[in-house]
Design a binder for this molecule. Structure first.
Ligand code: SAM
Ligand code: GLN
Length: 280
C-alpha cells in the first residue's frame, strides 16, 4: 500500500524536488497541498498510485509540473497550460506590473493594449483582469497558442481579442497606447535549451543570437504606437544593453530597464516620440 509519506519518499528517491512532488501528489489526490502535511498515513488507492507513478516518471524526465497538473498561477490568475504554450514564468509578472503602472498614468480612459506572442494569454489576461476598461488584443504566430489563450479567456470570463500573425504582420495600420511582449529570446546555441525541450521551441528561441524577435518588434513599434505610447519588453539577463540600443536607434525616449526578483535586468521599455515630433 502506498501512503502519502511513502509517495513523497519515492519522489525523493527519483530526484524530484519536494515542492514539485507535493504539487503532483496534491493533484493526484485532488486535495490542497497543505492537506498532505496532516495526512502522512493516508493511503493512495490503486488508481491513484498508478497515476502518481506515471506523473513522477514524467517529472523525473524533465516535464514541467505545470503541464503535468494542467495549470499554472500567474499574476493571481489560474491559467490552463499544456505543451502547446510556454509555461508562464514568475519574472514575466514584472512586465505586467510595469504595464499596470503605465496604464495608471495613461491619458486615455479606454487604452488600447497589445500583447505580441501571447502564448497562454498570460500577459494579456493579467492586464485585462487588473484593468477591465482596457481594450486588449493578443497575437501569436501559433494557432495552437491562440487556442489556449482563447480557452483561458473564456474560462476566466475575460473579453480578449486575438489575432494570428508574425509580430506586426498581423496588425497592419493598427495603433496602440501600450505594446507588451515576452518574445522568444534564448540564443539558438544556448546550453540551457535542452533542459527546456518539453516547451515549444518557437516560444523559446528565434535562433541566432536570440535578438531577432526583439529586433523585429522594436523596428515596427513606432508605426504602431499612438503618440507617447509605451513599448515594454521582456528579454534575457544579458540583453538589456542591446534592447536599450535598439530603442534609442528607433527614437524612443524615457528608456528604462527593470530587474526581476533574482536581480537580473529583465525588462526594458521606452516611450514613443509624440506624433508631432515624428518626421519622415
Ligand atoms: N507571452 C507568453 C508568456 O509570457 O508566457 C508566451 C511567451 S513565449 C516566450 C513567446 C511567444 O511568441 C510564443 O507563444 C510563440 O508562439 C510566439 N511567437 C514566436 N514567434 C513569433 C512570431 N514571429 N510572431 C508572433 N508570435 C511569435
Ligand atoms: N524566461 C524563459 C527561460 O529562460 C525564456 C522565455 C523567453 O524566451 N521569452 O526559461
Amino acid at each position: 500500500m502506498t501512503t502519502v509519506a511513502g509517495a513523497l519518499h519515492e519522489a525523493r528517491a527519483a530526484g524530484v524536488e519536494r515542492l514539485d512532488a507535493q504539487l503532483l501528489l496534491a493533484h493526484v489526490l485532488a486535495r490542497p497541498r497543505a492537506w498532505l502535511y496532516a495526512h502522512d498515513d493516508a493511503a493512495l488507492d490503486a488508481a491513484q498510485a498508478l497515476t502518481w507513478r506515471g506523473l513522477l516518471a514524467r517529472r523525473a524526465a524533465g516535464e514541467p509540473v505545470a503541464y503535468l497538473v494542467g495549470s499554472k498561477e500567474f499574476h493571481g490568475l489560474t491559467l490552463q497550460v499544456d505543451a502547446r504554450v510556454l509555461v508562464p514564468r514568475p519574472e514575466t509578472e514584472l512586465l505586467v506590473d510595469w504595464a499596470l503602472d503605465r496604464l495608471t498614468d495613461a491619458a486615455t480612459s479606454r487604452p488600447r493594449v497589445v500583447d505580441l506572442g501571447t502564448g497562454s494569454g498570460a500577459i494579456a489576461l493579467a492586464v485585462k483582469a487588473a484593468w477591465p476598461q482596457a481594450d486588449v488584443l493578443a497575437t501569436d504566430v501559433s494557432e495552437d497558442a491562440l487556442a489556449v489563450a482563447r480557452a483561458n479567456a473564456d474560462a476566466l470570463g475575460l473579453p480578449l481579442a486575438t489575432c494570428r500573425g508574425a509580430w506586426w504582420d498581423a496588425l497592419d495600420g493598427e495603433r496602440f497606447d501600450l505594446v507588451l511582449s515576452n518574445p522568444p529570446y534564448i540564443a539558438g546555441g544556448d546550453p540551457h535549451l535542452p533542459a527546456l525541450r518539453h516547451e515549444p521551441t518557437l516560444a523559446l528561441t528565434p535562433g541566432a543570437d536570440g535578438l531577432n524577435a526583439l529586433r523585429a518588434i522594436v523596428a515596427g513599434a513606432a508605426a504602431h504606437l499612438r503618440a507617447s505610447g509605451w513599448l515594454l519588453l521582456e528579454h534575457g539577463y544579458d540583453q538589456a544593453d542591446a534592447v536599450q540600443a535598439l530603442l534609442r536607434e528607433h527614437g524612443f525616449d524615457a528608456i528604462e530597464t527593470r530587474r526581476d526578483l533574482a536581480g537580473q535586468p529583465r525588462c526594458t521599455g521606452g516611450r514613443a516620440l509624440a506624433a508631432t515630433e515624428r518626421t519622415g
